[in-house]
Design a protein around this ligand. Structure first.
Ligand code: EPU
Length: 341
């Protein structure tokens, strides 16, 4: 295994792959990269902020070097902005705020890249990127042709898109994403923590600007989440489960403080609360741990292997299941041998 993946996974795992390929544009991807892929397993990554390598990767790892952000057109209050899949997500948000293209502020400082934003449907503080996506440009791997998906085609829901469906894995490579933003700043302060942070951090008579909101969101994230590059993690390790109203009422009986948010098909219960209530916050098993300030986040305490992190995640899942009868599922993708499992 010749190439280190240490700089390409935010868990800070010292794993390797057979080869690593970065391409600069769609043409190179189609003409030079795709024809060489049939011989080996391959995995396309962004900044590796949602991946858990359980060992070395026995194949080729691809990364998009398609960068560049372009304002396509304006119409009424709408402005369409197209970005390359390899643009760092937070650079895109910063660019948008600086160019008076609004709507993405709440998604400030989410690790990852533009391509992955459209695959994972990243979200925070009441905004999901699906709310902002106009279309996703991809290359179909089997045919080497460009295929464009509307937001509707992508079938977005909480941390989900068609690109994540097992039958579509490896079928499409995202090259560009076009976002529909707004020329008018309408802060989304529906999330309690954001509203409180704005009230606390902004002088009362001062009007809130998009740059203020971005700065406040960045501060809030820095206080709760491990500093990328210093503590290895993949952000939220688990997704928040949705339970039935009956189940939620049952939890409320034994835990009257249990948080929960009504959603279409039941009640979303924060996995961080479930994990903390089971006593896992701040704990360490081997070299893997549960972050002291947000129990949804598993961290590398230094020198952890992917298997150790997986083991900790299994212990937590079993405990939450035993305690609450609720199954929590990882948001992080586990990679073993040559594939995502
Ligand atoms: N909570 C606890 N203990 C914890 C963590 C959370 O009790 O250790 C409870 C609190 O009651 C809090 C509630 O859970 O009121 C919600 O917590 P928080 O606002 O931190 O949000 P979350 O549901 O835990 C989600 C996203 C985060 C995103 C935040 C803010 C998922 C899987 N995670 O976390 O996304 O930043 O909301 O919008 O939906 C990520 O995906 O990597 C990520 C960090």
């Amino acid at each position: 295994m010749s190439h280190s993946l240490l700089p390409h996974n935010t868990f800070g795992l010292d794993v390797r792959c057979k080869s690593f390929v970065e391409y600069a544009d769609t043409e190179t991807l189609i003409r030079q990269v795709l024809p060489r892929l049939s011989a080996t397993p391959w995995l396309h990554i962004g900044s590796g902020s949602n991946l858990l390598f359980l060992g070395d990767y026995d194949g080729t790892v691809l990364h998009s070097g398609i960068r560049g952000i372009e304002m396509l057109r304006r119409e009424g209050e709408n402005v369409w902005v197209k970005a390359g899949a390899g643009v760092v997500w937070d650079d895109f948000v910063e660019w948008a705020v600086n160019h008076a293209c609004f709507g993405a502020e709440n998604l400030s400082l989410i690790p990852g890249e533009v391509g992955a934003s459209a695959v994972q449907n990243i979200g925070a503080y009441g905004t999901e990127v699906a709310d902002l996506i106009e279309e996703v440009e991809t290359v179909e791997v089997a045919t080497g042709t460009v295929k464009v998906f509307s937001a509707e085609d992508c079938d977005y829901s909480y941390r989900h898109s068609i690109f994540k469906q097992p039958e579509n894995r490896g079928k499409f490579i995202v090259t560009h994403v076009t976002y529909r933003l707004s020329t008018v700043f309408r802060p989304d302060l529906n999330y309690k923590a954001t509203r409180r942070a704005v009230e606390e951090r902004l002088p009362k008579d001062q009007p809130l600007t998009a740059a203020d909101l971005r700065r406040i969101i960045i501060d809030v994230r820095r206080e709760k989440l491990p500093e990328p590059g210093i503590v290895g993690s993949a952000g939220s390790f688990f997704m928040n489960p949705v339970v039935s109203e009956e189940k939620y009422a049952e939890i409320k009986q034994s835990h009257p403080d249990a948080p929960g948010y009504a959603v279409e098909n039941g009640v979303k219960v924060p996995a961080g609360w479930l994990i903390e209530t089971c006593g896992w916050k701040g704990r360490t098993v081997g070299h893997a741990g549960v972050w002291e300030k947000q129990a949804l986040v598993l961290v590398n305490r230094g020198g952890a292997t992917g298997k150790e992190i997986q083991h900790l995640s299994q212990l937590i899942c079993e405990d939450v299941k035993a305690h609450f009868g609720i199954v929590i599922k990882p948001e992080v993708n586990f990679v073993e041998g040559g594939k995502i499992i």
